[in-house]
Design a protein around this ligand. Structure first.
Ligand SMILES: Cc1cc2nc3c(=O)[nH]c(=O)nc-3n(C[C@H](O)[C@H](O)[C@H](O)COP(=O)(O)OP(=O)(O)OC[C@H]3O[C@@H](n4cnc5c(N)ncnc54)[C@H](O)[C@@H]3O)c2cc1C
Length: 265
């Protein structure tokens, strides 16, 4: 147990200390604070942050007219991922529309200046499928801000984490930061929360918290999570690399019993 972990232990629970100096004590602390979780950094001090992968994302938020977006939503009304033989993949997601109802900073390999980022995005788009290229290219102006994100993931260490006698655990991206290429992060977060709600209901099924029972139940919750999460994080990492390697991706889609994406089998 680290000194920091010891300092937050209380006889019957845990003390959370916030950056503004305030604090709160309770029976259980759940780290649901996303990919850069502060709770995870306390539980796993030897491996606190996501590991950057050699993949970078250029992203922008566009307001498109119905005519501009029509070719994209004809492919999919909400979200679509497409590959290109140049090891570049294009991804769009409709954040808001009349039918379907919002950026981080800094990444190595991506220029600092916005003009240079626009030039890089235009060059990448020149290799992209027509519908994607036209919808984005036609909307970029010198004022458009291009955001960037280093793709990173976090695999739980083999030894898991010390849940401090069932006082602290993790859920969601804090427990399994993964790339977005299999679209499974939120799904896994929902499963974590469903499992956690059952666990917490069981802990509080008696008027007073039985600490041994809490420790056993949270350990059981952690065990399922630590068994499932490395598989999904690694699968998403493999998908991330695959979608940036045209030859492998093409061979895989041809061999797949499902056929190429958006192709009838
Ligand atoms: C481009 C993209 C596409 C995706 N597509 C899909 C998809 O198709 N399907 C899918 O299942 N998943 C997808 N995901 C993943 C999904 O968005 C995440 O897995 C999900 O949002 C994780 O939820 P979370 O609550 O664990 O973390 P988050 O959504 O990151 O929420 C964490 C919250 O904690 C807050 N927080 C963090 N630190 C602190 C602090 N110190 N104090 C107070 N608050 C704090 C944050 O502000 C945030 O509100 C995608 C992700 C990206 C980036």
């Amino acid at each position: 147990m680290s000194e920091e972990q010891e300092s937050i232990l209380r006889a019957h629970g845990i003390k959370a200390i916030f950056s503004d100096g305030s604090s709160h004590e309770g029976a259980l602390l759940v780290g649901l604070d996303g990919a850069h979780s502060a709770v995870r950094a306390t539980l796993c001090p030897a491996h606190p942050k996501p590991d950057p992968l050699p993949v970078h994302l250029l992203g922008l938020e566009l307001t498109l007219t119905r005519a501009q977006i029509a070719p994209l939503i004809a492919m999919d009304p909400v979200v679509m991922l497409g590959d290109s033989p140049f090891g570049i993949c294009g991804f769009f997601a409709v954040l808001a529309s009349p039918e379907v109802t919002a950026p981080p900073e800094g990444a190595p390999g991506v220029p600092e200046g916005n003009d240079a980022r626009i030039a890089l995005l235009r060059e990448r788009l020149s290799h992209m499928w027509r519908e994607m290229r036209d919808a984005v290219e036609g909307s970029i102006t010198p004022e458009t801000t291009i955001n960037t994100l280093t793709i990173a993931d976090w695999v739980v260490p083999d030894e898991g984490w010390d849940n401090l006698g069932g006082r602290v655990t993790l859920a969601g991206d804090a427990a399994h930061t993964m790339t977005m290429f299999r679209g499974e992060g939120f799904n896994n977060a929902v499963l974590d929360v469903a499992n956690l709600v059952s666990t917490i209901s069981e802990i509080y099924s008696t008027p007073t918290v039985d600490e041994d029972k809490r420790a056993a139940l949270i350990t059981e919750y952690d065990a399922e999570l630590c068994d499932r999460s490395p598989r999904v994080v690694i699968a998403s990492r493999q998908q991330c690399f695959m979608i940036h390697d045209w030859e492998k991706y093409e061979a895989w889609t041809k061999a797949s019993q499902w056929g190429a994406p958006h192709q009838k089998v």
